[in-house]
Design a protein around this ligand. Structure first.
Ligand code: GLU
Length: 320
């Protein structure tokens, strides 16, 4: 366990409106941070430019505040961090990885990867496992690709056949051989913004985040992020991956499951206390669903210091 004061974060992506699934993760992250007298920072993950909707930043703040969530200002007195403003830092780190040949240029498209996998198997919610087609490249091979104006990605090379083990504070011990189970992964593209895996590690490290609470769809990304922490010899945070809200088909909550956007529920007349109550019940903090303001839920968590251990370990469904 980390002994420094708790610093956590909320990291919404403005690619779509925030829905009940996001709200549940943020409420869990907020309760864990606040019940440990921790700080909570807000970072808007707006790197995915084509999918980022204009005005979405503001909408995120409105939704979070309406639910009763609050967060702390960063050390440099910003109300939140925007990833799109940190490009030069990400590029500096990418250059460092290149200098040390920890990444290589890869020209494979998604279809190439799917076709090249002789026994295509899913890389745990992330698509096909990268078969290593370009793994023989070294950093200098990018020069030729540049001269031909080719599009390519920078892939991070996992240590071959090495086992990685880490402990999730919610899910327990995690272990796999990432080079076999996940395959080398993209940290940047020469034709777009830096990829999520590198940006998230740079941001969490630079802002002193030592606890990351997020949805369990990212549990396999953690192996990738640990490899990046290790490459820079940075201390990784403690991760807590919380089960997701799923639709009746058991898949992650999405548009096809109906409109569960916070903004839509608000326009239908829902009160924040009702949403918090429904989420509190799903987290095992209330025996039966009833409206409850977030501040009161924190009191409940404080009087039940073991509450996190009782959070159901399976994905949840809401009937609205
Ligand atoms: N921005 C991501 C999301 O909204 C979260 C990434 C993270 O927590 O590391 O799903």
């Amino acid at each position: 366990m980390s002994t420094s004061p708790y610093i956590g974060r909320l990291a919404p992506s403005p690619t779509g409106a925030q829905h009940l699934g996001n709200a549940r993760t943020y409420i869990a992250a907020w309760l864990i941070a606040r019940s440990r007298s921790g700080q909570l920072l807000l970072r808007i993950e707006d790197l995915d430019t084509p999918r980022t909707k204009t005005g979405a930043d503001e909408q995120i703040l409105v939704d979070l505040e309406w639910l009763g969530l609050d967060w702390d200002w960063s050390e440099n007195l910003q109300r939140f961090t925007l990833q799109s403003q940190r490009a030069s830092r990400y590029h500096e780190l990418l250059e460092d990885l290149k200098r040390r040949e920890l990444v290589y240029p890869c020209i494979c498209s998604r279809t190439d990867i799917e076709n090249a996998s002789s026994a295509p198997h899913e890389s745990h919610l992330d698509g096909a496992v990268y078969p290593g087609t370009c793994a023989g490249n070294d950093v200098s091979d990018a020069k030729q690709l540049d001269s031909l104006d080719k599009k390519y990605a920078w892939r991070f090379r996992f240590s071959k056949d090495e086992n990685m083990t880490w402990v999730d504070e919610f899910c327990g011990i995690q272990s796999c051989i990432p080079s076999q189970v996940l395959g080398d992964f993209i940290v940047a593209r020469n034709y777009g913004p830096i990829a999520y895996q590198l940006a998230v590690v740079a941001d969490d490290h630079d802002s002193g985040i030592n606890h990351v609470v997020r949805g369990n769809d990212l549990i396999y990304s953690t192996y990738r992020q640990i490899a990046i922490y290790n490459a820079f010899q940075w201390q990784p945070p403690i991760w807590l991956h919380i089960p997701l809200v799923v639709g009746p088909d058991g898949k992650r909550l999405a548009k096809r499951h109906g409109d569960t956007r916070i903004s839509a529920l608000r326009s239908l007349g829902w009160k924040p206390e009702s949403i918090v109550g429904m989420i509190a019940k799903s987290l095992g903090l209330l025996d039966s669903e009833r409206p409850i303001p977030l501040a009161e839920l924190l009191d409940l968590a404080l009087t039940n210091p073991d509450w996190l251990r009782k959070v159901p370990t399976t994905n949840v469904q809401f009937n609205i």
